[in-house]
Design a protein around this ligand. Sequence first.
Ligand code: SAH
Length: 465
Amino acid sequence: MVEKNEIVTVEVTDMAVSGEGIGKVDGYALFIKDTVIGDVAEVKITKVKKNYGYARLMELLKASADRVELACPVARQCGGCQIQALSYEKQLQFKQEKVRGSLIRVGGFDAAFVDQVMEPIAGMEEPFHYRNKAQYPVGTDKAGNLRAGFYAGRTHQIIPNLDCALGAKVNRTILEKILAFMKEYHISAYDETQRKGLVRHVLIRCGFATGEIMVCLVLNGKKLPHSQALVEVLRSIPGMASITYSINQENTNVIMGNEIRLLWGKEYITDRIGSVKYQISPLSFYQVNPVQTEVLYRQALEYADLTGKETVWDLYCGIGTISLFLAQKAAKVYGVEIVPQAIEDARRNAQINGIRNAEFFVGKAEEVLPEYYDRYEREHPGEHAYADVIVVDPPRKGCAQSVLDTMVKMQPERIVYVSCDSATLARDLKYLCGGGYEVKRVRACDMFPETVHTECVVWIQRKHI
Ligand code: SAH
């Protein structure tokens, strides 16, 4: 049995779903951050539990053949890229296996069946610089120098880094210009403990399809002194389209304040996924990896197999990305989303694209869908509400039970399930398969290279007996 602070040598033989390497000492499993399968390492035990423990990498004695050089010098401190040390090919294999494992262990599906329905994971050609959105905290170090970067894992200590390997390359130029402006005009950075200082965060968003760039400074104040000088330096950056600031004077971890003021350009930028245009303002939700979003939604569209006559529901629709994608091939699309602003965006996006066959409801999917079903039954005795296809894209916790129940009652031909958590996906699939449905195809899609997260889309077909 190992003890806390003991140093042991261990071979990493497995990987946890959260990305840590797993190695065993006399049968006792250790979770070791920053290691990958195949490493042999000297590690220090940090926590001992009954059946497993945690350890920290001290020295790599033999590097795994699957290791690659870190693309980012501060990857270990940041913790955002849990598996950057692993070759991209192995990252994809890890994610494919994660989905496969959930389907077997949580879903109770037979391994041979899972291997038959799972398609190869859709990876990226270039697994870096894929994020179109970045939020950098701004602060001052002990020597009084301004800095921007990210919070070191689980703290609010800023590690300077203008060059996140996942973000757009232009971020660095923008941040350098903002920091130089702040220095020249003696504009202070916000200090969380004192609750003093002005600039809290910088939000940058890039429309990868259009080249448009947005910069929004989050301020602990109502005005940005000398803002014209900042506008002058930022507007010379090619693609700059929107410069705003957001007022956030609260003592909170929430980054953005609700009030946005325009400094220059438009209040929003435009981007495209496929042929659908989206207006994105500083507060809008928008998929952070638009390239893979298109891959994922094309797959969803293929699984939905629309001919133009169908009635489709898109539950958990956000700003209507999937709804508008499907509306081009369906008779009617109904979107349901809990956040009212997202529905406002969805409606506006439908309008700017001339899409008239999409209708959006604000509310909880678990209330809107069952209520719609019940009302339909009351108003049309002997009939029931029908949909040809229901698409769901729920948050990590998966679909609420009443959503699953109502879907089964509505008996759509197909259900297309888009998921960011393979465990809850597997749980929900098990339920749907008990309700007269079968899984036809499963495709994982790598929306977040270098991290452990993966998206997945599933074609679920009604069984005709
Ligand atoms: N497909 C969407 C994103 C889906 S993310 C897009 O591309 O824009 C999941 C969405 O579900 C989020 O927008 C979240 O606000 C919403 N949501 C969370 N709980 C919900 C609920 N109970 N009912 C309806 N929507 C919900």
